[in-house]
Design a protein around this ligand. Structure first.
Ligand code: NAD
Length: 477
């Protein structure tokens, strides 16, 4: 059985604990490997290695040279694309096409940031005539990255690649349920000959390795992607060391469909936004608000499409694979129990070759969901789509803004002034008009408001977030 160690200071090593965590294939429920159970002492070593790199070779590189390392990494990701797809599909249960999208996205982050990093300028500031004043963008030093299990490659791309581009050395703690693709990226960093200590990976449990990383006085910035509950914990831990934090938390994102929307264009996009990665997507469009005049017609179309969705093992590349774990399956089932009084409009179907074990659930479409019901308020992280009815623009805005989250929103209408009115009124980090990007492209800043977190990753914004601004004021008389 394949055993994976930690990647610290450019070498592979076992954890000080000597323990391992089982790696289970969600499509079959079978164990197929083990990862090291990193603990606080491993985090100490990784941070020391990163500190040395951030004060040494990695720091001394010019931006264009750092960019070339990332460019090499991006080329290696493409060269080893098939291996990465297989790893991600076995480890996370992603249907092959969805795993491939993640691999391509990860390479695209390398492409974007390798090209962007030597365009990250400071400014000169007009001040008194006997001064010249400039701002310098400098890396924080050591950045910590706590990653969830649902999109390891994409989240490494948007968080870690941006931080490296900006000149930071990184310590990564992947999700304990999905560490293999991150570890494989470590192997690719080795092949690309990244300087020792610039990239460090410590696998392990959140309460052990994750908590040790978040509370460590040796980090200069923490990027956390995960649940609201843990986000609050790590924010408090980092605050004890006055460490800046970016929090990318969950969502309950609305897709608002007006009576003048192009329904046929909207349909497949709306469904995909809800069921992609079996609904385990922070930016899933899991609430669809439908305008009264088209409610019956549009719901009928959604039902017919929903009934065609199939669920099966990741290797067969169905619309949906399994959920990540038994724990996640129980979480979804618990929400379904609490919703037994609601109207089920449609369900997908299982593939005839469904393995006996494995963490499968059907996609479910609920109709006329009251906007304060837990199905319409809480992040389920499963393929559950709630339909809510509205009768006016004001009511749509009120319902859309009524949750504790604010990550992504979609508006479907042909009316140009309404598009902008609503885009401005929604409490959300991203708004898509007549489309839905589930996070959107690499170029588009991403992050939340309210309970969805704060700080922005992706695009040039990430480079600002992963640097600190120094003002240099030269008095020359
Ligand atoms: P989680 O919060 O349980 O875990 C996220 C990471 O935090 C994991 O690596 C975990 O090991 C670690 N962790 C757990 N306890 C910790 C602790 N006490 N101290 C430090 N680290 C700890 O979340 P999850 O279940 O892995 O992922 C699902 C959640 O992530 C969902 O809520 C989802 O919305 C969110 N998410 C958000 C985004 C985004 O960009 N906003 C993207 C993906 C996932």
């Amino acid at each position: 059985m394949d055993r994976k160690g930690l990647f610290i200071n450019g070498s592979w090593t076992d954890s000080v604990s000597g323990d391992f965590i089982k790696v289970v294939n969600p499509s079959t429920g079978e164990q197929f490997g083990e990862i090291a159970r990193g603990i606080d002492k491993d985090i100490d070593k990784a941070i020391q290695a990163a500190r040395n790199a951030s004060a040494g070779k990695w720091k001394k590189l010019s931006p264009v040279e750092r960019g070339r390392y990332l460019s090499r990494l991006g080329s290696l990701i493409i060269e080893y694309k098939d291996r990465l797809i297989e790893i991600e599909s076995n480890d996370v249960g992603k249907p092959l096409t969805q795993a491939k999208n993640d691999v391509i996205a990860c390479a695209r982050y390398c492409e974007f940031y390798s090209g962007a990093v030597d365009k990250l300028h400071g400014q000169t500031i007009p001040y008194q005539s006997n001064y010249t004043v400039m701002t310098l963008r400098e890396p924080h030093g050591v950045t910590a990255h706590i990653i969830p299990w649902n999109y390891p490659l994409q989240i490494i791309g948007r968080s870690v690649i941006g931080a490296l581009a900006a000149g930071n050395a990184v310590v990564i703690k992947p999700g304990e349920d999905a560490s293999l693709s991150t570890l494989f990226l470590g192997e690719l960093c080795e092949k690309a000959e990244f300087p020792e200590g610039s990239v460090n990976i410590v696998t392990g449990y959140g309460e052990e390795a994750g908590a040790a990383l978040a509370s460590h006085p040796g980090i200069d910035h923490l990027s956390f992607t995960g649940s609201q509950k843990v986000g609050t914990l790590v924010q408090k831990a980092a605050a004890n060391n006055t460490v800046q934090v970016t929090l990318e938390l969950g969502g309950k994102s609305p897709q608002v469909v007006f009576d003048d929307a192009d329904q046929d264009k909207a349909l497949p996009i709306i469904i995909n936004a809800a069921i992609q990665n079996a609904g385990q997507t922070c930016s899933a469009g899991s609430r669809v608000l439908i305008h009264n005049p088209i409610y019956e017609e549009f719901v009928g179309k959604l039902m017919r499409k929903f009934e065609l969705l199939t669920v099966g093992p990741a290797s067969e590349d169905h619309d949906l694979g399994p959920l990540i774990s038994q724990k996640q399956l129980e979480r979804v089932n618990n929400y379904l129990k609490q919703s037994s009084d609601l109207q089920i409009l449609a369900k997908g179907k299982f593939s005839p070759s469904l393995p006996k074990e494995g963490f499968y659930t059907l996609p479910i479409l609920f109709g006329n969901v009251p906007s304060q019901h837990c199905l319409a308020q809480e992040e389920i992280f499963g393929p559950v789509l709630s339909i809510i009815r509205f009768s006016s623009e004001e009511e749509a805005i009120e319902i859309a803004n009524s949750t504790n989250y604010g990550l992504v929103a979609g508006i479907w209408t042909a009316n140009g002034t309404r598009q902008f009115r609503i885009a401005k009124a929604l409490h959300s980090g991203q708004v898509f008009i007549n489309n839905y990007g589930a996070g959107g492209g690499v170029e588009l800043p991403f992050g939340g408001v309210k309970g969805s977190g704060f700080g922005r990753e992706k695009g040039m914004e990430a480079l600002y977030g992963f640097t600190t601004l120094k003002t240099v004021a030269m008095y020359h008389g």
